[in-house]
Design a protein around this ligand. Structure first.
Ligand code: SF4
Length: 87
């Protein structure tokens, strides 16, 4: 992820819309069952080293490095309605 995407994900995580919260919840459930989820103080993805609690709010389609979020994002990701931050 580029820096803009990371900052945007952190901002959304602090103040998500209801649909962003639902999308993040579904993404998080996939991460919970993924062997790439690791713990070092907080849960993080060992494929990209991102903190999962923030990455799940990313405003990009299926940014999971293993593309495991595709089904969820196809059904719940809608960036045109979800732009709420200034970035
Ligand atoms: S972002 Fe993808 S690869 Fe990383 S822990 Fe979640 S499901 Fe696994």
């Amino acid at each position: 992820m580029i820096v803009k995407d990371i900052i945007e994900a952190w901002l959304i995580a602090n103040n998500p819309t209801e649909s962003q919260r639902i999308l993040a919840e579904f993404r998080g459930k996939i991460c919970d069952d993924c062997s790439s989820k690791k713990m070092f103080l907080i849960p993080y993805c060992s494929e990209c080293n991102c903190p999962i609690g923030k990455k799940i709010f990313t405003n990009n389609f299926n940014p999971c490095p293993l593309k495991k979020w595709e089904y969820i994002d196809k059904n719940y990701f809608n960036p045109t309605k979800e732009k709420k931050t200034l970035l």
